[in-house]
Write a protein that binds this ligand. Structure first.
Ligand code: GLN
Length: 234
């Protein structure tokens, strides 16, 4: 592996709280599947980078205005985003589910949301899904910038539900975060995660990410990272 021609330190935007993909451990260090994957790829491809935990929407906007070189944030590869960004190969399949406060058995279908509030994170697929249903099912969207505030709004009872990525909701539920996935509602599929760079701006970084991803997959390191956060069934 050769050193990148530029020898620069790439600035990589990410979300603030999106466990198990990115979150702070007890010492304040950012950990998670995305963080470990980035580290493994940078090591394999011999480039330097710095993580900027900006929040999801802010990270995507920073990428759009070229204030960061890339984003890794459980970011779904969508046709709309492909107009603005170049994506790596996908590295994790995801989709959107709905969750409510643990023990709340009153919300089993979209119809149960009528007249109620639903918390979502600005700029996400969860937001898009909620927005597409709000009119028909008569609920109000309450937007937040980060998942912790969004979850608190549901736990506190202001909102009755949230739409967020299924693997993130499921991980939180297993950790006892106070929310439970409504399994009666089918996950809205689509939204495999990719690493994004500005369109046409960072071919070198994107190629290194893809090459490194192939290598850490083939070496078994990516499986070890997944198992470390998700258990052996990952
Ligand atoms: N995967 C979702 C999206 O891309 C949510 C990402 C996130 O909240 N970090 O919109």
């Amino acid at each position: 592996t050769a050193a990148p021609a530029s020898g620069k330190t790439y600035q990589i935007g990410t979300d603030i709280t999106f466990a198990p993909f990115e979150y702070q451990d007890a010492s304040g260090k950012y950990v998670g599947i995305d963080m470990d994957l980035m580290e493994a790829i940078a090591k394999d491809q011999n480039f330097k980078y710095e993580i900027k935990p900006l929040g999801f929407n802010a990270a995507v906007q920073a990428l759009e205005s070229n204030q960061v070189d890339g984003v890794i944030a459980g970011m779904s590869i969508t046709d709309e985003r492909k107009l603005k960004f170049d994506f790596s190969e996908s590295y994790y399949d995801s989709g959107v589910s709905m969750a409510v406060r643990s023990g709340n058995e009153d919300i089993k279908s979209y119809g149960d949301l009528r007249g109620k509030k639903v918390a979502v994170k600005t700029g996400t697929q969860g937001y898009t899904v909620a927005e597409s249903l709000a009119g028909e099912y008569g609920f109000t969207i309450v937007p937040f910038d980060d998942s912790a505030q969004m979850y608190d709004d549901v736990k506190g009872g202001n909102s009755v539900a949230t739409f967020d990525d299924k693997p993130v909701l499921a991980y939180g539920q297993n950790q006892g975060n106070g929310l439970q996935v409504v399994e009666e509602i089918e996950m809205v599929k689509g939204g495999s995660y990719g690493f994004a760079v500005s369109k046409g701006q960072n071919a070198e970084l994107l190629k290194m990410f893809n090459d490194g991803l192939t290598n850490v997959r083939n070496s078994g390191e990516f499986d070890r990272i997944l198992a470390n956060y998700l258990g052996e069934n990952a």
